[in-house]
Design a protein around this ligand. Structure first.
Ligand SMILES: Cc1cc2nc3c(=O)[nH]c(=O)nc-3n(C[C@H](O)[C@H](O)[C@H](O)COP(=O)(O)OP(=O)(O)OC[C@H]3O[C@@H](n4cnc5c(N)ncnc54)[C@H](O)[C@@H]3O)c2cc1C
Length: 408
């Protein structure tokens, strides 16, 4: 194999390029990325960077010199326009066409637009890119009242930062609770209660009907008729996977680009990974998944690089995720979707506890807040398939460490 072309210079695409060199790939690597500038990390955009605790250098994924050192041909600010599968060529927005021996699609996802009139007004913001974060930060100094559409991770991370800056925050959420797609009931209620204590207001079962203002946002009308004055509306209602390039090339797609356990798409010369990959996952009891997490992007990139250099590897890592909100550090191991019971380990009132989620007797996931040892133990249990009962998980007298050692 002489040339591997990677589309998308995000966490997954850049890691794939680096891991290919780690695995000894000596051919050409071209990374085509639509966003300008050096590749950066997204998680700090709603945390340390937004708080002004990280600068433009600290947020970079890797030192700029690394790309030349590893002979990674990074084409920033260039969009991949079309894949010609019959001739194995990729058409670029700068007029170039790249032949590839293998193509990796790491095109990620984009913010789901708010389906409401007035969404184009000044002061309606998203938080997906560095450009989004810079625009938001420039505005936040003058903002008094913000509405957040969506009580997901991005919306709540923003809410925590905004409250820390003294901005009034109202969160509007279609579901009946916060972080409903991601978290068990007890953990979801715990986060809601903490955000309320920090001063955020919540409207559940509600959506944004209309964004009002002349030129810029002045108020947000909810679907029950309530009008909330605001000079900023942050939209965090989920993402759409960037599948269009793959779809136009006739690859199998759904809620993502469909790949197998080796991350190969319906064309053996094309793989997909990261936020855009709809993949089979042995930790999922609800079928193929598309995960939006750094861990998934990095581990899939490593697995794919090994496979592409002749060491076939199935993607088999335990999914894990984190979120920082105020003084709370949430860590999740495994995939909770489909669980039918949840037990607490520790006391939520102490601000440090875990929720273990089970389907029958099978441990599916562990959500921990300010309890990193539980998180690490759960990751090892899930990876090794070690059995633990709901009673044992709930019993603080049962040391998870001893439990692991005894069964290792
Ligand atoms: C604000 C924020 C906070 C987050 N916090 C956390 C966290 O705390 N923990 C965690 O685990 N995860 C977090 N995530 C998620 C995590 O950042 C993503 O899962 C990860 O970045 C996915 O990497 P990716 O490379 O698959 O996709 P992306 O990072 O989306 O990168 C894809 C890149 O491909 C480019 N692209 C798309 N189409 C084309 C094309 N046709 N041609 C060229 N380039 C193209 C895009 O412009 C983009 O730059 C957060 C995400 C955001 C936005």
């Amino acid at each position: 194999m002489e040339r591997i072309v990677i589309v998308g210079a995000g966490q997954a695409g850049v890691q794939c390029a680096i891991s290919l060199r780690d695995e000894g790939f000596a051919g050409q690597i071209v990374v085509v990325g639509e966003e300008p500038g050096w590749p950066y990390q997204r998680p700090p955009l709603s945390k340390a960077y937004l708080l002004g605790k990280m600068d433009d250098e600290g947020i970079l994924l890797r030192a700029p010199s690394l790309y030349a050192d590893l002979r990674i041909d990074l084409r920033a600010g260039v969009r991949a326009q079309a894949i010609e599968r019959s001739s194995q060529r990729l058409q670029l927005s700068d007029g170039d066409a790249l032949a590839y021996d293998h193509l990796v699609l790491a095109t990620g996802a984009r913010q789901r637009p708010l389906p409401a009139p007035g969404a184009e007004l000044d002061g309606v913001a998203s938080l997906r890119t560095l450009a989004d974060a810079k625009a938001l930060m420039a505005r936040m100094g003058h903002v008094r009242r913000a509405v957040v559409a969506g009580a997901g991770f991005i919306g709540l991370e923003f809410a925590a930062v905004a409250r820390a800056q003294g901005i009034e925050v109202t969160v509007v959420e279609l579901a009946e609770r916060a972080l409903a797609r991601a978290l068990s009931l007890p953990m979801s209620y715990f986060f809601e209660e903490r955000h309320r204590a920090w001063g955020s207001h919540f409207h559940f079962h509600r959506s944004v009907l209309d964004v009002r203002g002349v030129g810029a946002v002045e108020a947000v009308e909810l679907d029950d008729g309530e009008v909330v004055p605001a000079d900023l509306l942050v939209v965090g209602i989920g993402v759409l996977p960037n599948i269009e390039l793959a779809e136009a090339a006739g690859l199998a797609t759904g809620n993502g680009i469909v790949v197998d356990e080796r991350l190969t798409s319906s064309d053996p010369a094309i793989s997909a990974l990261g936020d855009v990959a709809l993949h089979p996952n042995r930790f999922s009891v609800t079928g193929p998944v598309r995960l939006e997490a750094v861990q998934n992007a990095v581990d899939q990139a490593r697995a794919l690089a090994a496979s592409l250099t002749g060491k076939p590897k199935l993607y088999d890592a335990v999914p894990w995720f984190w979120s920082d909100q105020g003084d709370l550090k949430l860590q999740m191991a495994g995939l909770a979707a489909g669980h039918d019971s949840a037990v607490l380990r520790g006391d939520p009132a102490s601000g440090a506890f875990s929720v273990f989620c089970f389907k029958g007797e099978r441990l599916l996931a562990c959500e921990s807040v300010n309890r990193p040892a539980d998180h690490m133990a759960a990751r090892r249990m899930l990876q090794a398939g070690l059995p633990i009962t709901p009673e044992q998980a709930a019993d603080e007298q049962v040391s998870l460490k001893t439990f692991l050692t005894a069964r290792a």
